[in-house]
Design a protein around this ligand. Structure first.
Ligand SMILES: [Zn+2]
Length: 177
């Protein structure tokens, strides 16, 4: 951030506001403090007849690697709405009765990833401009060495552990690099 998005006129300073203990972007003209906070990434783990739906990324980063349909939550939507929107945008599919499966903090990149799982209501899914391929995988077929992100790997591992246990629990952890 170089200029204040509030008033548009003044370059922002980088300093610790009074009563605070962190560096913030502050506008010297209008006084606005521009806080920077973690972003939420939300998505789903869609399941059809025991197989898990993965998308092959058509965009950087990790072009060509496999991921679950997920993306940044937008203003004005719930985290579940965001997860379902991303699922449709990336894989043209839906899930029934979505259940929160993982909440993963990734402090190195200031993100929190929240993933739901659910059964697909039908076999309908498809490729979109964001995916090179969309495909169903059995547990044995999962391309573990070609998974795009640690959060996706952790979510897949937790899902299969829950399925073996017959008990779908919420997994909360921190991914540190
Ligand atoms: Zn300003």
């Amino acid at each position: 951030m170089k200029f204040c998005p509030n008033c548009g006129v003044s370059p922002v300073a980088h300093e610790v506001p009074e009563g605070d203990n962190r560096l913030r972007h502050i506008c010297r003209a209008c006084g606005e403090i521009h806080y920077s906070n973690p972003k939420i990434v939300c998505g789903t783990l869609p399941v059809w007849q025991g197989k898990v739906l993965l998308c092959k990324r058509a965009i950087e980063p990790r072009y060509g690697k496999w991921t679950l349909p997920a993306g940044f939550m937008e203003n004005g939507e719930s985290v579940l709405d965001g997860a379902l929107r991303e699922t449709h945008e990336e894989a043209l599919t839906r899930v029934n009765a979505p259940q929160l499966l993982t909440v993963l903090s990734v402090p190195m990149i200031n993100q929190v990833h929240m993933m739901f799982w659910g059964e697909m209501p039908s076999h309908d899914f498809g490729v979109t401009p964001e995916s090179l391929a969309v495909q169903l995988f059995t547990e044995d077929e999962i391309p573990w060495d070609e998974i795009a992100f640690r959060t996706v790997k952790t979510t897949l591992e937790h899902y299969f552990a829950c399925r073996r246990a017959g008990d779908y629990t919420l997994h909360v952890s921190t991914i540190s690099h």
